[in-house]
Design a protein around this ligand. Structure first.
Ligand code: GLN
Length: 300
């Protein structure tokens, strides 16, 4: 019996394990069953995904199988792959993520792209990110525009720990100054003016959160998702305050929900301190980013 199970076990090659796991994930309605299986197996084997494919005839040892089984169970309970493996690729880098930060989304690369199109290739600029989470946005900008000065805040101390860890991981800890606090509160008595303020604030209407896929509503921090009754609470706070911290002509750039264009336009118009309110779409064709410019004060 023992010999039999040993023999059966030795047949579990990487190829067979991947194919079994892919079908198992499919039967549990996991969205990307094949790539999830490969990423998790590579993690269990402490190797790169490419090596998993290159060594597909290699049998798995019992301890490797048992490590992988634990990861399969976590994924079946709908824990996101990024939390299981502890990182996520965004822009040009891998960022450490924990359950205390939102997992960076490909859609948010549109926000980084929009910021890059505004930031000059040279010359000092001061950039502030609000609600930095993993730091993916500000660190991507810092890697592209080394001559700028970067500041980033979050009200979650645990999120800031992750952001700082990512800054060190990418040798950008000298470029970005992190501080804790809610939106603009830490800057209250400060005379700092920024050339750009950027944020991916929480924007999901409260009642919608429990209807999102379990990967999001069971695992991601509600604090980073919950935008209040209509999803626009953060925009009201940020838009009505940001102009006081922007230099004349400075830009405010925000990620938006796909159906929030009209609501955000109204908030910006009601504030009266901005001009050129421009919405741009993500690669899925959804409104995803709003950019507005602080109106220059008329000197009299
Ligand atoms: N884009 C995220 C989602 O739809 C939400 C991020 C946010 O609220 N800022 O899951």
């Amino acid at each position: 019996m023992q010999n039999q199970s040993k023999a059966a076990g030795s047949e579990w090659t990487i190829r067979k394990v991947l194919s079994w796991t892919t079908s198992y994930f499919k039967s549990h309605n996991i969205e990307s069953p094949k790539s999830d299986a490969a990423i998790l197996l590579a993690h269990a084997l402490e190797t790169e995904r490419i090596d998993v494919y290159l060594q597909c005839d290699k049998p798995l040892y019992a301890d490797e199988r048992s490590r992988f089984k634990t990861l399969i169970r976590r994924r079946i309970s709908r824990e996101p792959v990024a939390y299981i493996v502890g990182e996520k690729g965004f822009w040009s880098m891998n960022f450490t993520v924990t359950k205390n930060v939102l997992i960076p989304r490909p859609d948010t690369e549109s926000l980084v792209e929009a910021a890059m199109s505004v930031l000059p290739d040279s010359g000092p600029q001061r950039i502030l990110e609000l609600g930095t989470g993993s730091g993916a946005i500000i660190l991507s900008l810092a890697s592209e525009r080394p001559h700028c000065l970067f500041f980033a805040s979050d009200r979650s101390a645990k999120a800031l720990d992750v952001a700082r860890e990512n800054a060190e991981r990418h040798h950008l800890d000298e470029s970005v100054h992190f501080f804790s606090g809610d939106w603009f509160r830490p800057l209250k008595n400060d005379m700092y003016l920024f050339d750009m303020i950027i944020s991916n604030p929480p924007y999901i209407p409260t009642a919608v959160i429990s209807r999102l896929q379990p990967e999001i509503c069971k695992y991601e921090p509600a604090m980073a998702l919950d935008g209040g009754r209509d999803g626009l609470d953060s925009y009201r706070v940020i838009i009505s305050s940001a102009h006081a911290y922007l230099a004349d002509g400075g830009s405010l750039l925000l990620e938006t929900g796909h159906n929030q264009k009209d609501g955000i336009q109204k908030i910006a118009d009601a504030c009266g301190c901005y001009e050129n309110v421009i919405f741009t779409k993500d690669y899925g064709g959804h409104d995803r980013v709003v950019r507005m410019t602080k109106r220059e004060r008329i000197k009299g």
